[in-house]
Design a protein around this ligand. Structure first.
Ligand code: SF4
Ligand code: SF4
Length: 476
């Protein structure tokens, strides 16, 4: 068993309000440069929809990730030899119109233009060519279901559902899906790179592009099934989310998580067994990937795991952070968070808590209501299962039932003053766990949401200790 520590994130979709505040500091700090105008390391999509870039979730179009073929795990778009044979022509790349042509407005004309009878208007101009342009698509084109009557039918998460029914005014539903690089355990971007320029940091699992080694072949762009590597047309190199590693090394959380208005993001350490990555990624069926992935996560409170981790050089303060990790609690202990499209087999490490949606029965305190509430939710379970569990409804139902139970039980505590112990039992939890989930999800204190150890070294020292991390005295 080879134990590694990975910085990872959970997003609670139940609370995302689609405000895009997370995207703004990320854009301002990391991609506010020439050649990076169209890049959004963090973007927020509205589902149903086809997203950014268009139809990134459709593997027959995006051609990213891994597939099982003849019992072997292969890159969907072919391995390195296949790529080397056609290195000057990659037919699987998204084009700028799949993202959007970035634009600005001719603000100068407002100040310098001649006086006119009518109020002046500013025209959009391409930030690539500088020419006037007609805006036909944007990174956020489908915001709050705009235009979904046209694009929604191409949303692959409707598989097994009649999309025509769910795109009618009476039945339509909506959720926001914030997205960033998944810092996968089995990154297809790295495996696709002919130059070996993409690497996964040993100490915290952050996936980075070595700008010195990148030769701009762009196979990482097509190889990533989440389409979270971008090509900078100015530098001729690929770029991607760096999980704000300069902040992480200082014990601070990422900008998107720090700025999140809805307090939906959780950042923490997860220990995993890296010897079994290939086995998990090569699970026999697509729905079997999620449980195999979850099985890689190791319990940092287990004395044997802790001793093995120490022997393998994982510093004590990282272990202390792993024991307080909100990500481990939400994903492994309670099974509330699930991976995005596990069928891509990259073993993503940004997980999502599925959203509850309006349902009258959920407000009831009875444990039977918890059972039936999930089937009455406005967002079909099948849709969420296609998004977060490769079509397997069981883990989604389990998570939704537990979330409903938290609401129902806390209502008996807070409103009725008579805690109903049957409710936690009906979903395999105890009252103490329900209180802990409630505190983590509903109250969401900063020191509980972000448990980030400072940069660590083999001898356990760390030079950024003075900045520390909130509520984590071991770091100071
Ligand atoms: S999500 Fe990130 S780590 Fe995973 S394949 Fe894409 S770029 Fe690589
Ligand atoms: S800042 Fe938070 S609540 Fe707002 S869109 Fe981003 S993830 Fe959602």
């Amino acid at each position: 068993m080879k134990i590694k520590a990975q910085l990872s994130m959970v997003l609670n979709l139940d609370k995302c309000i689609g405000c895009h505040t997370c995207s703004i500091p990320c854009k301002n700090v990391w991609t506010n440069r020439k050649g990076a105008e169209y890049m959004w390391f963090n973007n927020v999509e509205t589902k149903p929809g086809i997203g950014y870039p268009k139809e990134w979730e459709n593997p027959s179009i995006s051609r990213g990730g891994w597939v099982m073929e003849d019992g072997r795990l292969r890159l969907r778009a072919g391995g390195r030899i296949h790529k080397a044979a056609r290195i000057f022509h990659n037919p699987d790349l998204p084009v700028i119109d799949d993202y959007y042509e970035p634009w600005t407005y001719d603000y100068e004309a407002l100040v310098t233009g001649p006086g006119k009878k009518h109020q002046p208007a500013v025209r959009p101009r391409s930030r690539i060519t500088g020419d006037p342009m007609k805006i036909q698509w944007g990174p956020n084109w489908e915001d709050d279901l705009a235009g979904v009557c046209e694009t929604g039918a191409r949303d692959v998460n409707f598989a097994g559902l009649d999309h025509a029914v769910y795109l009618t005014f009476q039945r339509v539903f909506m959720l926001h899906l914030p997205r960033l690089c998944e810092h996968c355990l089995n990154p297809a971007c790295a495996a696709s790179c002919p130059s070996g320029a993409i690497y996964k940091r040993d100490e915290d699992g952050i996936v980075l592009v070595d700008q010195e080694r990148c030769r701009g072949w762009r196979y990482c762009v097509s190889g990533c099934p989440y389409k979270k590597v971008y090509f900078n047309w100015k530098t001729g190199r690929s770029e991607k989310c760096i999980f704000c590693y300069p902040r992480i090394e200082a014990g601070l959380t990422t900008l998107c998580a720090h700025s999140c208005v809805g307090r939906i993001r959780y950042v923490g350490v997860v220990l995993y067994d890296s010897d079994r990555i290939r086995e998990a990624a090569a699970a026999e069926t697509d729905p079997a990937v999620y449980p195999a992935h979850l099985d890689l996560f190791l319990d940092p409170s287990d004395p044997e795991t802790a001793a093995a981790a120490r022997d393998q050089g994982i510093p004590d303060h990282v272990m202390a952070a792993a024991r307080r990790s909100p990500v481990f609690l939400l994903a492994k202990t309670w099974g509330l968070a699930l991976p995005l499209h596990p069928e891509f087999r990259t073993l993503p490490m940004v997980w999502y808590i599925p959203p509850l949606s309006p349902v009258a029965a959920a407000a009831s305190a009875a444990s039977e209501a918890v059972e039936t509430a999930v089937d009455n939710l406005r967002i079909p379970v099948r849709y969420l299962a296609n998004l977060l569990a490769a079509g397997d409804e069981a883990p989604v139902r389990n998570a939704l039932k537990r979330l409903t139970a938290v609401r129902a039980y806390m209502r008996t505590v807070r409103v009725e003053g008579k805690p109903d112990a049957e409710i936690p039992a009906s979903v395999g939890l105890d009252p103490e766990s329900i209180h802990r989930i409630y505190e983590l999800l509903a109250i969401a204190r900063i020191e509980d949401r972000f448990v980030v150890p400072t940069a660590f070294y083999p001898d356990g020292s760390h030079r950024h200790a003075a900045q520390g991390c909130a509520g984590f005295p071991e770091c100071r």
